[in-house]
Design a protein around this ligand. Sequence first.
Ligand code: ADP
Length: 335
Amino acid sequence: MSSVLDKKENKEDEILDSALRPQSWAEYVGQDKIKENIRIIITAAKNRGQTPDHLLLYGSSGLGKTTLANLVALEMGTKIRIISGPAIERAGDLAAILTNMGEGDVLFIDEIHRIHRTVEEYLYPAMEDYKLNLILGKGPMARTMELKLPKFTIIGATTRPGMLSAPLRNRFGATFQLNFYNQEDIEKIIDRSAKLLKIKTEPEAVGVIAKRSRFTPRIANRLLKRVRDFAEVNGVGLVTKEIAESSLNFLDVDHMGLDLGDKRILKAIIEKFDGGPVGLQALAAASSEEEDTILDIYEPYLMQCGFIERTPKGRMATFLAYQHLGIKKSQTKLI
Ligand code: ADP
């Protein structure tokens, strides 16, 4: 059974994502400051008859970066092309993408921190002057060719802004950090999704799902769908508080949204490293998780909950983490 935190989405999740993706600013719940800022940028650009600045969005997966980019294109009345950074393998790929864009279109580059360094260098003049300087041939016979590009807006998305090189980061006109949502906003998102998917829910059930959603819209939607399945099989189709609680317990999603992976990581810090500090590599080995998964999926939420602290010497489990797992701090001191 796939975890609700799975980074690699399957086809079904992709379909769910696009079926539930907000189609207007009004449907995009929360992140009010970012929405307002982006709308000002768009309106100002429209008034000047220009394309908006390139925008960089960062924050955990599922918080609504792709959705925001879609809304920007919608507001501009232009098209959006979505591509993953590492999928652009050569300068030629980038040239093919950029020369096929229309005036004012949006290019959404997901995981922009993983873009190949050689491709990145071609991106600089493209972002600054809408030019692409291609090198044709090799050695003394090499020639450069300048391609003029339509004016476009790049919206870069990343879970790791620190991994972007300074020259790339500096070419974005504005950078926005998407944060975890609050309980009220996640409940609104679940209510909207339930309506769209024709799922009957009790208000208390929505509250339970929201609390366990890691305050992330994509996870909230996935949980809702899983809970609906339980309601259909075990009940009369109505998602009650009891069904929400028992099905999420069954899926090993606890009352704060932690799953077995989160607990493995916390337990590794506590039991194998006496609460830390522990370096990322050692933690990955001890918890059998990939370093990237810890950094992108688990750690942001564990830090948000106050269960992990990052110190210059490594990760440490906090008192709250011990409490959550029901482990007494002194018990782990073996020496
Ligand atoms: P990201 O690009 O950050 O991984 P997405 O934009 O793909 O996240 O969002 C994942 C899903 O979560 C979307 O399909 C949408 O259904 C839902 N979603 C995200 N942000 C919001 C929001 N602010 N309001 C309502 N639904 C949202």
